[in-house]
Design a protein around this ligand. Structure first.
Ligand code: NAP
Length: 251
């Protein structure tokens, strides 16, 4: 199905994981896609594999966001789909969290996501779709995830306000909240192998469907929200978590 034909799509953090899968899915549906990331080689490689345009841009740097908007504006006739996906996952108990931990997450996941939306608004086409990549962590209380979870909860709040501010231009704003998805993100969290394996086993035991989700399964939901099939959906958070949110006492 080619329901994104002629749409211009920007995916932040599109060189890996969910962003990569979403860029692939939306390209297959006919969109002209731009991806971003910080790592120059990874962006170039992903862009060439996907047949999309890669732009190196750090979501945690407001000047870099200005340059990204200018570059996209120069190469496209406005933006129809903005997928604000780039994010980092780092963990610390509240007592041990320092300012660098706090800022390192918030600068990318919330401040960067916020200003990506803010600075792209002037080049969003009427009827555009904005999708934020949030997390089931926004509404749960997993130990050591305080800053990460708060960054995503703040994002959910932004989604509701922005959906109401942008409705007059028929711009829809939604979020997708995955549970555990099999991507490289956990390998970047600075955990040793044993801790990471223990973490993965504990997580799978809590998922009613007893597995990690695949990035492609999130990408299909993103692609739906990006399309005109979701024309009456705005201000919503869509959970894709294998049932974690059910929070069953026993099953
Ligand atoms: N995997 C999960 O279980 C899960 C669950 C819920 C929510 N999420 C969210 O899903 C999103 C994507 O994560 P993922 O799991 O697909 O992880 P991933 O494979 O590590 O992908 C993260 C992407 O974000 C980019 N990125 C990170 N910091 C950036 C920055 N400052 N500026 C620009 N790009 C940046 C990375 O590229 P560079 O390294 O090149 O910068 C990469 O392309 C994140 O927002 C994450 O919080 C993931």
């Amino acid at each position: 199905m080619s329901n994104l034909t002629n749409k211009t799509v920007v995916v932040t953090g599109g060189n890996s994981g969910i962003g990569y899968a979403a860029a692939k899915e939306m390209t297959a549906k006919g969109a002209k896609v731009f991806i971003t990331g910080r790592n120059k080689e990874a962006v170039a490689q992903a862009a060439s594999e996907l047949g999309v345009t890669g732009i190196v841009s750090d979501q945690g740097d407001l000047k870099a966001i200005d340059s990204l908007v200018a570059e996209v504006k120069a190469q496209a006739d406005g933006v129809d789909v903005l997928f604000i996906n780039a994010g980092v996952a780092l963990f610390s108990p509240v007592e041990q969290a320092d300012e660098a931990h706090f800022d390192g997450i918030m600068d990318v996941n919330f401040k960067g996501a916020y200003f990506t939306l803010s600075k792209f608004i002037p080049i969003l086409n009427e009827g555009a779709s904005v999708i934020f990549l949030s997390s089931s962590s926004a509404t749960s209380g997993m130990a050591t995830s305080s800053v990460y979870s708060a960054s995503k909860a703040a994002m959910n709040s932004l989604v509701r306000v922005a959906s109401s501010e942008l409705a007059p231009k028929r711009i829809r704003v939604n979020s997708v909240s995955p549970g555990p998805i099999d991507t490289p993100i956990f390998g970047k969290a600075g955990l040793d192998d044993a801790t990471r394996d223990g973490f993965a086993t504990a997580i799978v035991n809590r998922v009613p469907l007893k597995r990690f989700g695949a990035a492609e399964e999130v990408a299909k939901l993103v692609s739906f929200l990006a399309s005109d099939d979701a024309a009456f959906v705005t201000g919503a958070d869509y959970v894709v978590d294998g049932g974690v949110g059910v929070n069953a006492v026993f099953s």
